[in-house]
Design a protein around this ligand. Structure first.
Ligand code: BTN
Length: 216
């Protein structure tokens, strides 16, 4: 379903059956993670919501799928921010209710907020690729999703600040657990904000990550 203007593609999608896709040129009340707003000028971004079966690793699988759809050089900041050369390119919001999961994906295309990145891809091509990659990665073995997320991660190995409601701490992002939680100095972080504190060593940011399919 393609619409000119909506409050949020998430709002429209949540009333639709599994398998539906809602795409809009503009959102008047686009939502991000942690109750933030997601704003983009009309026609400047890919704004899509996919209605899927719930899945224990859906947030990570959606991140991997979106990174693969965007192409080489796109990486993941925990849990699923899309990053291009150290700048945020897009984000993913997963909302689960009533036996359905709505995966909302926003990717900057023709413009980006200050300090953010944009992707020079035709929106229809990107949408086709997103659909195919989501289908592949949501049906891939969990071990493959975790393995690929680790390969694409720009968070693992970094010093991070974890901001939880009423509690902030710093440490090294060591791994992701089997359920997708980030492990920071041995502590599991399942939600909240993770801020990268300093750059990785030379070469780490530009390291090549070979393209992989969900089948390995
Ligand atoms: C984030 O980085 O905080 C997640 C941003 C998710 C934005 C997308 S745009 C399409 C869908 N509709 C929304 O209202 N939000 C998501």
């Amino acid at each position: 379903m393609r619409l000119a203007s909506v409050t949020s593609t998430q709002e429209v999608a949540r009333d639709l059956p599994i398998g539906s896709v809602v795409v809009a040129d503009h959102q008047t009340a686009g939502r991000g993670r942690l109750d933030r707003r997601w704003d983009a000028p009309p026609g400047s971004a890919m704004l899509a919501s996919f209605v899927l079966d719930p899945h224990p690793l859906l947030s990570l699988a959606a991140g991997v799928a979106a990174a693969e759809a965007c192409g080489a050089n796109v990486r993941l900041k925990w849990p699923n921010d899309l990053m291009l050369r150290g700048r945020k390119l897009g984000g993913i919001l997963v909302e689960v209710s009533g036996g359905k999961a709505v995966v909302g994906i926003g990717i900057n295309l023709t413009s980006a907020p200050p300090g953010a990145a944009r992707l020079r891809l035709p929106p229809d091509d990107l949408l086709d690729r997103l659909g195919a990659e989501l289908s592949a990665w949501t049906s891939a073995p969990h071990s493959r999703v975790l393995e690929r997320w680790r390969e694409l991660s720009v968070t693992l190995g970094r010093r991070v600040r974890v901001e939880l409601p009423g509690h902030t701490f710093e440490g090294t992002a060591q791994d992701i657990a089997e359920d997708g939680a980030l492990v920071v100095d041995g502590q599991r972080v399942g939600a909240g904000d993770v801020i990268h504190l300093r750059q990785q060593g030379p070469g780490a940011r530009s390291r090549a990550v070979p393209r992989r399919s969900a089948r390995g």
